[in-house]
Design a protein. Structure first.
Length: 430
């Protein structure tokens, strides 16, 4: 073991991976057959390896590569120094191709925050391993033993238009009956205590009918609907009275802070967002509105907010301004879900069950296997560090899948055009 003052990160490794992802529908199109992520490993001069999962889009891989010199050679304890180096050394980029509104992984403007989060995650894993403490303890200690997640329902087709593998077991999810069946299956398998439906896909009246069917099938279970800003302000106001009695919060129905602010005057529901408040600058703008303001619940996401510590800061600011806090997710595997779990354990004012796409994923890179849910919650690991080790064989397989799948930047709109050539992804559509 190196003395702590000689402890250094000697090498960064980034492995892009692709894993099977079902044909899930959203405001801008449909998920491609493979979702992209990357695994960042930081190795130290005493042979420890810390890991973090982040986005796998081409822009993110380039940003990580440009930041190599900002991490190699430095101490794993140098978290604040790393933040500063990355803030000044990693530039925002205008993505050369497509920037998908729902995929923060493709947002060049968030390059520095995304790189900080990836580096910090692996550094906290290293610190925890070295000290024999779980990441949540490094973050100041867990205030809960397990973290509640929400069932995350999607409208979906039974299979992809191109068929690189056999269809999933969930089947089609379009009618209210199919959505209720999807929720029932997900609750049976995972025990989730609240339910979110990804909306912004079909006629809003159909989506409201699905929420009513869910409320009838699961009385007392908290429900959320997220149209991903695909409804105009007028449409969002029109459906507010029906949703008032159905939802626990109304997530990003309409675009812009101004739009959400106006909507807030027409609904009794808290308005939640992972679209109009996605940075500290936007949070500042949001809390400056007089009255109720545009946002009552911030859906944080450490992967693009600058990391676990930055998200703790975000949660404290939310507490100061009386805003609720929960978490947004994307298609992800155990290293990401477990990092969210450590973080959520160390956020006292987490007010709602967090999102996770995890039930939609079948493949895994963790040697521990698939993450287990008990009554919809994930137990906070007590093992040193993140508590996730890489299954090297699985990592190799998912990296091979990345190389062969041909996808380099998530583009749900281009995928949807294969089903419907007239689809534009233009938003708000309803
Ligand atoms: O809450 C959200 O906005 C999301 O989860 C965004 C995701 O990109 C979701 O729309 C998806 O996976 O299609
Ligand atoms: Mg959302």
């Amino acid at each position: 073991m190196k003395a702590l003052n000689e402890w250094r990160i000697t090498q960064m490794r980034v492995t892009p991976i692709a894993f099977r992802d079902p044909p899930l529908l959203n405001a801008v199109g449909i998920h491609e057959p493979y979702a992209l992520r990357s695994i960042v490993e930081l190795e130290t001069n005493d042979g420890l390896v810390g890991i973090a999962e982040t986005y796998g889009d081409e822009g993110m891989l380039k940003a990580l590569e440009t930041a190599r010199e900002l991490i190699e050679g430095f101490s794993p304890f140098d978290l604040n120094g790393m933040d500063e180096r990355v803030k000044h050394g990693v530039k925002a980029t205008k993505s050369a191709g497509f920037e998908m509104n729902l995929a923060p992984g493709s947002h060049g403007a968030k390059n520095a925050a995304k790189v900080m989060a990836a580096f910090e995650g692996a550094m906290l894993d290293l610190i925890g391993q070295r000290l024999g403490a779980p990441v949540c303890d490094v973050l100041g200690g867990a205030v809960r033993d397990s973290v509640p997640y929400s069932a995350y329902l999607f409208f979906k087709y039974a299979e992809h238009i191109e068929k690189p593998y056999a269809p999933d077991a969930w089947g089609e999810g379009i009618s209210p009956e199919q959505i209720v069946a999807q929720a029932r299956r997900m609750r049976e398998l995972y025990g989730f205590g609240s339910i979110k439906l990804k909306g912004g896909v079909f006629d809003p009246a159909h989506e409201v009918a699905c929420m009513a069917a869910l409320a009838k099938a699961f009385p007392g279970v908290p429900l959320r609907l997220d149209p991903n800003a695909n409804w105009t302000l007028e449409t969002s106001i029109k459906h507010a009275p029906a949703l008032n009695s159905l939802l626990e919060y109304y997530e990003d129905p309409t675009p812009t802070l101004d739009g959400m602010n106006e909507l807030a005057k027409h609904t009794t529901l808290p308005l939640a967002t992972n679209m109009v408040v996605t940075s500290f600058e936007e949070l500042k703008q949001s809390v400056r509105y007089p009255g109720r303001g545009p946002v009552q619940v911030v859906l944080s996401d450490h992967h693009y907010w600058g990391g676990l510590r930055a998200t703790q800061t975000l949660a404290r600011i939310c507490d100061t301004f009386g805003l609720g806090v929960s978490m947004h997710s994307n298609s992800h595997l155990a290293p990401s879900l477990i990092a969210m779990t450590h973080l959520a354990a160390a956020v006292p004012n987490l007010s709602y069950a967090c999102d996770t796409h995890y039930p939609w994923q079948e493949e895994e890179v963790a040697a521990e296997g698939r993450v287990k849910f008990v009554n919809g919650s994930v137990t906070v690991p007590r093992t040193p560090g993140l508590g996730v080790t890489l299954d090297r064989e699985a990592l190799r397989t998912l990296n091979e899948q990345y190389k062969s799948c041909g996808i380099r930047t998530r583009n749900d709109t281009a995928e949807m055009k294969k089903y419907d050539p007239s689809f534009t992804g233009k938003s708000p559509r309803y």
